[in-house]
Every structure is written in structure tokens, then in C-alpha cells.
Design a protein around this ligand. Sequence first.
Ligand SMILES: Cc1ncc(COP(=O)(O)O)c(C=O)c1O
Length: 410
Amino acid sequence: MSDDRKQLPRVDLPPDVRLDTLAVREGLPPSAWGENSEALFLTSSFVHPDAATAAARFANEEEAFVYSRFSNPTVTMMERRLAALEGTQACIATSSGMSAIGLIVLGLLKSGDHIVCSRSVFGSTIKLLGGEFARFGVQTTFVSQTDAAEWRDAMQPNTKLLLAESPTNPLTDVCDIASLAQIARAAGALLAVDNCFCSPALQKPAALGADLINHSGTKYLDGQGRVIAGAVCGSQALIDEKLVPMMRSLGMSLSPFNAWVVLKGLETLSIRMRAHCERALELARWLETQPQVSRVHYPGLESHPQHALAMAQQSGQGGAVVSFTLGGADADGARRRAFHVIDSTRICSITANLGDTKTTITHPSSTSHGRLTETQRLAAGIDQGLVRVAVGLDDVEDIKADLLRGLAAL
Ligand SMILES: Cc1ncc(COP(=O)(O)O)c(C=O)c1O
């Protein structure tokens, strides 16, 4: 299949078109009907003219789509478009952001291998690496998100993968991707970066030296809270030789329908991200002036510890996620205050998802990071007073008023 995927025809575009054009046009050529909006190929399998052709296609001797667990035209279009945006040769779509991480580990590592990962990444990633994969003999050392020396010190002769996420969910800590890429390269390991929070509209980890970029397409790539999706971008060799065979065996493929939704989402990614970031910066600045708020976590603020790095790494943008801490209480009191602010909103959607046009609000300690132990949570810096807002495309003045309702009553 791998060679087939390379040989499939491309959309006929001049070689030097820019990113915004690729975002709306990269994919496969239209079908015989000449549709302008990309077709949705909702089919599980593809028909062969005769048995000999089927045999040749199954043996990878002839280029064709065979079965949608392996590949599908709509999924291929989405993969090509995302690879173009990330600046990588190839991409493989997965059923979710978590299965993208699972595919990287299962495709590249074996029992006895070792991973280094930040201790402040998304809660399910910590669970997957520290729990599930540890059971299969792949051990992970969790280190500081921001101290590259800790990553270097954690390297072992059997370290095969460094897994970073920047900015992190929910504290928006930023790691230096180029430094981590150097550490990985010096040790003959690979660096994978979860680019979920920034998307390629803001941050291109491949240009900073990352080998693989993983996504939860559920977030900004879809951008409208409709589907669960994921993807891994990287070199043609890594994707075709290591990840495609594992995908064919395990079947964590993305459904054509979900791929089509993400494909169309990518067309508006860059203008959506600009609008999200503008609103998020405005909200973060306002939150800093609220007396009940002890700390605002947002890379776009000058007060953020890695502000300069974030601005250099993220096209001068802070992203769309703003977290804030309600101070002045013990753990139980902080939780009550956080719940009060969340429950006083009438516009924000109380949900742990992010990357939606609708602004979402959540209490990370009891939702996205609720499956972690208290020790893991505190190691990740997530306390009971923390509230995360993923700023959507609502009018930011309405979001301020929504939060003020709860804050003013504390
Ligand atoms: C940074 C990050 N990575 C991965 C995931 C997992 O994505 P999915 O829910 O699509 O499996 C999430 C989900 O919130 C996330 O925030």
C-alpha cells in the first residue's frame, strides 16, 4: 500500500502555491463528475474488474484503493492536506488523537524500549504511557516540560522516543522543540510532538526538527466540535514503513465521514486560529486584572514564564486556551470556588473538549486529568483551583461577562 499511496495522482496545482491555498485545495483530483467541494467516499471496500487485478492490488503491484481500513480517497485527501500544512512528506489519519499516540508507540517501539515524556502532558497520554504501555514492557520516564537538561539526563541507551506536547493541556507550559530535537538526534531517538493546541496554523514542529507530529483532529483541525479524529505526520519512510503496517493490522483507521469533516475544517483553520488567538489574548489580559484570580496561564502574556520562546515558536500567537487559578483557599475551598465560577456561566459550554467555535470551560483536576492520581496531578501542576477556558469564536465581551458573574460573587 505504501508505494500506492505515493503514486496516486495529485491535484493539479502550480509547485509554488502558498499554505492558505494548499489548505483549501490539496488532496486528490476530483472524480469523473468534476465536483468542486471534495467528495465523500463513504464505502468500506473498492471493486476490482477481475480476480487477477484484485490479486495484483492486494500484492501492492498495482496502485488502487482496496479497503477503507487501509486507505480511502477521502481519508487520503485529508492526510495530504494536513501533511502540506505541517510541511511533512506524509501523514496517516487515525480514529482519535489517542490512537495517533498509540500508533506511534506500537509502530516504532518494542518491549524493552524506553520513552521520555513531559509530566505535564494531557492526562490520557500519561495514563497510556505510564499505565497501558508499561504493562507491555515499554517504560516511560516523565520529566519537566520546560527543563531540557532533565530530558537529556533521562535518556537511556534504550530510549527510542521523546514525546512532547506544547503548549501543554491545561497549563500551557511551553517546551523548546528545537532543543528536544537535538537531544533526540544525538541519541539516535525520534521526537514526536503533539501539536494539538497550536495546530500547523501557528506552529510547525517539523521545521524545528521534530520527526513526527501527532494530532487530535477532534480539536482545532475539525474546529467545530463535530468528530473524533487523529493523525500522525512525518517522513514518507517512517509513515509507510512503520505506521501503515501497524494501522492495517490494528485498524484504528479514521472513518471517511470524519476525514471529510476534518478535510473541510482545514480549509478555515488559519482564519479560525487567528480569531481564537485574538479573543484568548484579550480574555487573558482581562483575567489578569481580576482580584479573585491569582494566576493566569497563557503563553501570549508577558507574565508567562516561556513567553519569549512561545512567541518565537508559535508565530507570535498564544493559542486559544487560557487557564486561571483562583487563589486564597485550601484544596476543598479552591475546588468550591472553581465549581462556582464554572456553574455561574450561561454561555460557556461546560465540557472538557476544546478547539470548538463555542467557548468551553472545565475543571481539569476533576475532568481531563481526573483519572490521574493526586501525586501525578500535583506533579503536573494541576490544583483544585484551576479553571481552563478554551476560547471559541463567541464575542469575548460576552465571555468576560459570563466569567465575571461567578468571579464577582466569590
Ligand atoms: C493535547 C491532547 N492530545 C491528545 C488528545 C486526545 O485526543 P482525542 O480525544 O481525539 O483522542 C487530547 C484531548 O483532549 C489533547 O488535549
